[in-house]
Design a binder for this molecule. Structure first.
Ligand code: NAP
Ligand code: MG
Length: 497
């Protein structure tokens, strides 16, 4: 069954249009003339042909970004108020095209249309609106220096300046939203950028590129090069890029750090996770069940912050597991364009095989699937929402990021023992705590080594709230005013009076 005809038609006309690279304000073919295919994960059919950008295209795009960052460029001369107004306009344009973006995300990524609209698209617009307020508030300070060996009268102050040309590499799990998280602060801080979307999901970023032009962004400020990891690698290694921001796997994050060493460009990383969701015996069972299910099944488990290790205190373990299993059974798994879909296919054949491989490995190690445990249907990359029990910390399913709708439910005895267990991971992105005891809730939140802790809820995001990881989950923070630090340099100016 179709959503609204007109929405499908609008998205379809964009899907069928040529998909080129955005370089210096022009839509251009890749230098090689090559294209690659993106796949609709619900049907396994080709969705669109997209320009295959490679190192030579990254070179052209970086040159454009450098030119747009020149001292006398229109972008550098634009005042803070106008920059804010432009970013605000981007938010409005995203909202005006919300249906179309939701459909593009659904076709390209597989996520349900109505969820893409309510979550991805709404949050993307809100991120730009939040960032629109910042250009007029990026301030330095005046500093009362003593200048001990050279006493005198001074005026000393700091300036906050854009870091320069930025390279940004984003993943496929929230294609539009990750583009927004990345581009919003770049524009607020007055940088210029080359964005490399994930090869699986380039469409919404390209549509956003068109809207950035419509909003009046000067040429070369945002350049978009679609392609594979080699394009990302060329961007991360480029000597004329001042900073690289990456979201994706921890494995590639480490490659980015190495690539960035050549010119010591600044690096921020938002990487993987194996986040603990801790349910104490005194939790409200209903909110714990909903929080645990949402924590793992939202976006088909393809969230860096998914609550994939569910620790439940023994007295209520069976009830909570039964409740989460019941939630899993009720989830309508269907193509994202089905108005009733609550969970779509995984993103790709590769990811589908990877998740099924983890299910096999869990079974081989003695884990039991209370619900799910295999593929859903026989076409498209659908996997059943799955709850595993009888796992232990030596099993891959309990240690490694699965990035699919698979949770390990693990019983624990006492509140004292659980924090070190929850922290026993190389990751540190997020965590959940469910309890009605406020003291226990905040004490546990304080001790968890994670960049975000949700209490009696899960997956709550806001443009004003910083997000990022401890340990191997990353460097730096996205969103909130903290993200501005990623894109600003501080200059100290000292004047003898
Ligand atoms: P990935 O390889 O880390 O890809 C993320 C982005 O990096 C994509 O744009 C990718 O381009 C690019 N890239 C790949 N190799 C690169 C390199 N050597 N240098 C620079 N950029 C490079 O992630 P994936 O392969 O799509 O997914 C693998 C696993 O990563 C998942 O199973 C999941 O565990 C994790 N993951 C985490 C997040 C997150 O939000 N933290 C998101 C997605 C995936 P191409 O797409 O063109 O290869
Ligand atoms: Mg990869």
């Amino acid at each position: 069954m179709a959503v609204a005809e007109s929405v499908e038609q609008r998205a379809d006309s964009f899907v069928r249009s040529p998909h080129r690279l955005l370089i210096d304000g022009e839509w251009v073919e890749a230098a090689s003339g090559q294209t690659f295919e993106t796949i609709n994960p619900a049907t396994e059919e080709v969705l669109a042909e997209v320009a295959h950008g490679q190192a030579e295209d990254i070179e052209r795009a970086v040159r454009a970004a450098r030119k747009a960052f020149a001292d006398d460029s229109p972008w550098r001369r634009m005042n803070a108020s106008d920059r804010g107004r432009l970013i605000w306009r981007v938010a409005e344009l995203i909202e005006e095209h919300a249906d179309e973006f939701a459909m593009l995300e659904s076709l390209d990524n597989g996520k349900p249309y109505h969820i893409a609209k309510a979550a991805d698209v709404a949050l993307a617009a809100d991120l730009f609106r939040y960032m629109a307020g910042w250009p007029t508030k990026i301030e330095g300070t005046t500093v009362p220096i003593s200048a001990l060996p050279a006493p005198g009268e001074y005026l000393a102050y700091t300036l906050r300046e854009p870091v320069g040309v930025v390279g940004q590499i984003i993943p496929w799990n929230f294609p539009l939203l990750m583009a927004a998280w990345k581009l919003g602060p770049v524009l607020a801080c007055g940088c210029t950028v080359v964005l490399k979307p994930a090869e699986q999901t380039p469409l919404s970023a390209l549509r956003l590129g068109e809207l950035l032009q419509e909003a009046g962004l000067p040429d070369g400020v945002v350049n978009i090069v679609t392609g594979f990891g080699d394009a990302g690698a060329a961007l991360a290694a480029h000597d004329d890029v001042d900073k690289v921001a990456f979201t994706g796997s921890t494995e590639v994050g480490k490659l980015i750090v190495q690539a960035a060493a050549g010119n010591l460009k600044k690096v921020t990383l938002e990487l993987g996770g194996k986040s603990p969701n801790v349910v104490f015996a005194d939790a409200d069972p209903e909110s714990a069940i909903i929080g645990a299910a949402n924590g793992i099944f939202f976006n088909h488990g393809q969230c860096c912050n998914a609550g994939s290790r569910l620790y439940v205190q023994k007295p209520i373990f069976d009830d909570i597991v039964a409740g989460v299993a019941d939630q899993a059974k009720q989830i309508k798994v269907a193509p994202g364009t089905d108005p009733e879909a609550q969970m779509g296919p995984l993103i790709s054949d590769e990811q589908f095989e990877k998740v099924l491989g983890y299910l096999d490995s869990g079974r081989g190690d003695g884990a039991e699937a209370v619900v799910g445990g295999s593929r859903h249907g026989d076409r498209g990359y659908f996997v059943q929402p799955t709850v595993l029990t009888h796992t232990n910390p030596s099993m891959k399913v309990e240690r490694e990021e699965i990035f699919g709708p698979v949770v390990c439910a693990i019983p624990f005895d006492s509140p004292e023992e659980i924090v070190p267990v929850a922290n026993d991971t190389n990751y540190g992105l997020a965590a959940g705590v469910f309890t009605r005891d406020i003291s226990k809730a905040h004490r546990t939140a304080k001790r968890l080594r994670a960049g975000t802790v949700w209490i009696n809820t899960y997956h709550v995001f806001d443009a004003a709230m910083p997000f990022g990881g401890y340990k191997e989950s990353g460097w730096g923070r996205e969103m909130g005013h903290q993200v501005l630090n990623n894109y600003l340099e501080t200059k100290s100016v000292v004047t003898a009076l």
